[in-house]
Design a protein around this ligand. Structure first.
Ligand code: C2O
Ligand code: CU
Length: 550
């Protein structure tokens, strides 16, 4: 195993990824940032310098479990203090499993300012994967807003509430195209638009006829659920969130923020032309044009636009179709890690929207999450008594009487930074229960992401989860393991995980505005028991990292 060192500088720069010039956060001048390429078992050291002038930062390594290194998880308020302007912080962790992972800002709403990138972990040399391909490529999908993150965050925390609205563009690998003629006077000044900038030409993926490609497709959308397709080509899904899945063939891939998939695609169509790669919004009524990139057959000119119609995607509100795709994903034969057959604790989390003191919030079992000023990991290390609310949030809600299909006021909702404390090595079941929002007959899709672990996806259901009968239908045979999973409108999703990673871990909706509005919880896994040993190695680890770098 190797040690891979990176020196990154995080900065604001004017960028025009969709032709509209605005502030973006870059790493070493780029957004998406540099890809981390590693082999299983390698140690990654990132020396991160914050050059944002007046703004804090923190970076989370999404999908990396940080076993024994909870302080490198990069979650501001949970595992670390923010990195102040001018300061440098060293992240050091091991990538212990092959697969497709991500990194992104985890401070305020910075992720959607462009601070993200991908992590590709290959199997050790000499090891074979259960699928084959000639080339490996990555595609990060995002949505893009022209308002900056402060305008958005301010709107979300104002009375009256100002919603962020639908994104202006969809980006494929950091590139999109906004129709500048919708705006007045295009020029090069910030806040204006110019379609002749080379920066905003569509992303091109060049393929050689007859060759097979592994495409690592990931979403870091701030809001949207996506449907991705390559005109005229089938995709075979082989990996999800770092786990091999039983291969299945699709034309359209539904992907939610925080998920990663590998699909295998063969360049087996008419090679005399190029094809569209198309990205459409699903689950919310689309108000953003299709995101487009070019699937370029060599040696056609990479800029030659296909003359065929652009992909339109499935019906945005067909949730049955999306639920069916969620249900189709199973662990691959020969790569099944069976879950424990029983659990020690069941936590049912009702997701609701409410108004708290006039502020619009999301809540989980009537508790809207707020981050403490002192990160939990530090507070627990130093035994600080008043750093956060010590009373644990509830393990369930009144599922007998609560009508999830009804418009509800949820008047008892409160804000809190309290956390769930899990017994080390216990098995925990989480059921995410969706409900109606504050708009009549509306329920949204929420992709929930767990830090520090993978979980088994035991089942999805429609309507209200029945704690007696639904667990009897759990898939305990070949469930997929993931770190991010959708909860479909008016539905529920059941997960199981082992609380075997001492630390403090966020579990939250990956929609940036939703987490910002309180849609999350935090789990502590008996840190104190292993505390002094762990913290000693933390201090030693950081010192070592410093000596290596200086
Ligand atoms: Cu990818 Cu806590 O997030
Ligand atoms: Cu959400």
């Amino acid at each position: 195993a190797k040690v891979r060192r990176y020196k990154w500088e995080v900065k604001y720069e004017f960028k025009a990824p969709d032709c509209f010039r605005k502030l973006a956060i870059s790493i070493n001048g780029r957004t998406p940032g540099p890809t981390i390429l590693a082999h299983q078992g390698d140690t990654i050291i990132v020396e991160l310098k914050n050059s944002l002038l007046t703004e804090n930062v923190a970076i989370h390594w999404h999908g990396i479990r940080q076993i024994g290194t909870p302080w490198s998880d990069g979650t501001e308020g949970v595992t670390q203090c923010p990195i102040l302007p001018g300061e440098t912080f060293i992240y050091k962790f091991v990538v212990d499993r092959p697969g497709t992972y991500l990194y992104h800002a985890h401070y305020g709403m910075q992720r959607e300012a462009g601070l993200y990138g991908s992590i590709q972990v290959s199997v050790p040399n000499g090891t074979k994967e259960p699928f084959s391909y000639d080339y490996d490529r990555s595609l990060i999908l995002t949505d893009w807003y022209h308002k900056n993150t402060y305008e958005q965050a301010t709107g979300l925390s104002s009375i009256p509430f100002v919603w962020v609205g639908e994104p202006q563009s969809l980006l494929i690998q950091g590139k999109g195209r906004f129709n500048c003629s919708l705006l007045a006077s295009p020029s090069l000044a910030p806040g204006t638009c110019n379609t002749s900038l080379p920066e905003c030409s569509p992303f091109v993926l060049t393929v050689v006829p007859g060759k097979t490609y592994r495409l690592r497709v990931a979403s870091l959308a701030s809001l949207s659920a996506f449907n991705f397709e390559i005109e005229g080509h089938n995709m075979t899904v082989v990996e999800a969130d770092g786990h091999n899945v039983e291969p299945f063939v699709i034309k359209n891939l539904n992907i939610y923020s925080g998920e990663t998939y590998s699909v295998v695609v063969k360049a087996d169509q008419d090679p005399s032309r190029n094809y569209w790669m198309g990205l459409n919004v699903v689950s919310r009524k689309p108000a953003t044009p299709t995101g487009l990139a070019i699937f370029n057959y060599y040696p056609n000119h990479p800029r030659r636009m296909p003359t065929t119609p652009t992909p339109v995607g499935p019906l945005w509100n067909d949730s049955e179709y999306r639920l069916a795709q969620s249900l189709a994903i199973k662990a691959r034969q020969g790569y099944i890690h069976p879950p424990p057959l029983t659990s020690h604790r069941q936590i049912i989390l009702l997701n609701t929207q409410n108004s708290i003191n006039g502020f619009r919030r999301w809540s989980v079992n009537n508790v809207s999450f707020t981050l403490p000023h002192t990160p939990y990991l530090i507070a627990l290390k130093q035994n600080l008594k008043h750093a956060f609310d010590p009373i644990a949030p509830p393990d369930t809600y009144d599922y007998v009487n609560y009508d999830i299909f009804k418009l509800q006021d949820n008047p008892n909702a409160t804000s809190s930074n309290s956390i769930y404390r899990l017994k080390l090595n216990s098995t925990v079941d989480i059921v995410l229960q969706n409900a109606n929002t504050m708009v009549a007959t509306n329920s949204e899709t929420h992709p929930w992401h767990l830090h520090g672990h993978d979980f088994w996806v035991l089942g999805y259901g429609k309507g209200k989860f029945d704690p007696i009968n639904d667990p009897k239908k759990y898939n305990l045979v070949d469930p997929i393991m993931k770190n991010t999973v959708p909860v479909h409108p008016y539905g529920w999703t059941a997960l199981r995980f082992k609380a075997d990673n001492p630390g403090v871990w966020a579990f939250h909706c990956h929609i940036e505005a939703h987490f910002y509005m309180g849609m999350g919880v935090v789990f502590e896994e008996e840190l104190r028991r292993l505390g002094s040993y762990l913290y000693q190695s933390w201090d030693v680890g950081i010192q070592k990292a410093h000596t290596i770098l200086n």
